[in-house]
Design a binder for this molecule. Structure first.
Ligand code: ATP
Length: 294
C-alpha cells in the first residue's frame, strides 16, 4: 500500500485562448469542476497505476467535500483517514490556455486545518510501502508525516510544490524529491537542472527534476545520473502531468523497478495524461500504461 498525506481541492477549471492579464477580462470557451489537489491527484494517479492507496487529509462540510471523497473512492482509494472539517473545502482556480499551459491559484480551506498526524494517521503511514507528500498542507503537518514515515522505515517521496523554504527537519526525512524545473531552480538558486540536481543531492539521497516535454533528470547520491526523454505526444492539457508522473513513479518503485524502468513507466503515464483534458480525469489506468510501454 502507498499512503498519500496531502491536499484535496475542487479544481475550478476555465479553458481560454490565452490567460487574462491583470485588469483584463477574457471570454472562456468551457468551464469544469474537477476533483483535484496535489495530494488527491497523486493518490488517484497511483491507484490508477496499479497500487493500493490510502489518502490522509481533510475536506470541508460544503458540497465539494462529498464530491472530493466520492472521486477518491471511485478510483479505489481508501478514504478512511479523510476527515471532514467545518468550513469550505480547498479549491484550485485553474486557467488552461489553448497552448496547453496553465496557471493556478490554490485556496487551502480544510487542507489548512491539518497541523499534524493523528495516531491513526501514523499507524496508516507505518503500514505503507511509501509515503507521498506535497506542500499544499501546512508545513508542520508535512514534517510530522515525513517523521512518522522515517520512524517506521517507510520511504518518503516529496513533491516540493508550491515552493517554500525547505527546512532540514523535513529534508532529513525525505528519500526522493521530485520538483519540476522551476521548483528546482527556486529551491537551489541554480537555473541549470544539472547544477540544481547536484545541490538537491547534497540534501536528499535521490532526486528527479521533471522538465515538461524535455523529459526528466534523475540523480542519486550513489552516483547514478539519467536523462529520460518525454514520450513525444500532442499535449492538450498539462494540468497534473507532474502528479501523474509522481504517482506512477512511486508505484513502479514500490514494485521494485530500477530507476531507469521506473522513470520510463512514470514518463509514459504522464505522456498519456497530457493528451486528455483535466487533472484526475486525465490519469491513465495500469492497462493503458502497460499497453503504451509495449
Ligand atoms: P503540472 O504542474 O502541470 O502538473 P509539472 O510542472 O509538475 O506539471 P512537468 O515537468 O511539466 O511537471 O511534467 C512532468 C512530466 O510529465 C515530464 O517529466 C514528462 O515526462 C511529462 N510531460 C509533461 N509535459 C509533456 C508533454 N508535452 N509531452 C510529453 N510528456 C510530457
Amino acid at each position: 500500500m502507498i499512503s498519500v498525506f496531502g491536499s484535496a481541492n475542487m479544481d475550478l477549471v476555465a479553458y481560454v485562448p490565452s490567460a487574462p492579464k491583470m485588469g483584463e477580462t477574457v471570454t472562456g470557451r468551457a468551464f469544469r469542476t474537477v476533483p483535484g489537489g496535489k495530494g488527491a491527484n497523486q493518490a488517484v494517479a497511483a491507484a490508477r497505476a496499479g497500487a493500493q492507496v490510502a489518502f490522509i487529509g481533510a475536506v470541508g462540510d460544503d458540497p465539494f467535500g462529498p464530491a472530493l471523497r466520492g472521486a477518491l473512492f471511485e478510483s479505489g482509494v481508501d478514504t478512511s483517514r479523510l476527515r471532514v472539517e467545518p468550513g469550505p473545502s480547498g479549491i484550485a482556480h485553474i486557467v488552461v490556455e489553448d497552448s496547453g499551459g496553465n496557471s493556478i491559484i490554490v485556496v487551502p480551506g480544510a487542507n489548512g486545518t491539518i497541523t499534524g498526524c493523528t495516531a491513526e494517521d501514523i499507524e496508516m503511514i507505518a503500514r505503507s510501502r511509501a509515503l507521498l507528500l506535497q506542500l499544499e498542507l501546512p508545513l508542520d503537518a508535512v514534517v510530522a508525516g515525513a517523521r512518522a514515515a522515517r520512524a517506521a522505515g517507510v520511504p518518503v517521496v516529496l513533491t516540493p510544490a508550491p515552493v517554500v523554504e525547505l527546512p532540514n527537519e523535513l529534508l532529513d526525512s525525505v528519500d526522493l524529491i521530485v520538483p519540476n524545473e522551476h521548483e528546482a531552480a527556486a529551491i537551489t538558486g541554480a537555473d541549470d537542472p544539472d547544477d540544481a540536481l547536484k545541490i538537491l543531492l547534497d540534501r536528499v539521497p535521490e532526486a528527479v527534476i521533471t522538465l515538461g516535454s524535455k523529459g526528466a533528470l534523475y540523480g542519486s547520491r550513489a552516483g547514478t545520473r539519467l536523462l529520460v526523454p518525454a514520450v513525444p505526444v500532442e499535449a492538450v492539457d498539462t494540468t497534473a502531468a507532474g502528479d501523474t508522473f509522481v504517482g506512477a513513479l512511486a508505484v513502479a518503485r514500490a514494485e521494485g523497478r530500477e530507476p531507469a524502468q521506473a522513470l520510463r513507466f512514470a514518463s509514459t503515464a504522464a505522456a498519456l495524461s497530457v493528451q486528455r483534458e483535466g487533472a484526475s480525469t486525465s490519469m491513465p489506468s495500469r492497462a493503458e500504461i502497460d499497453a503504451a510501454l509495449l
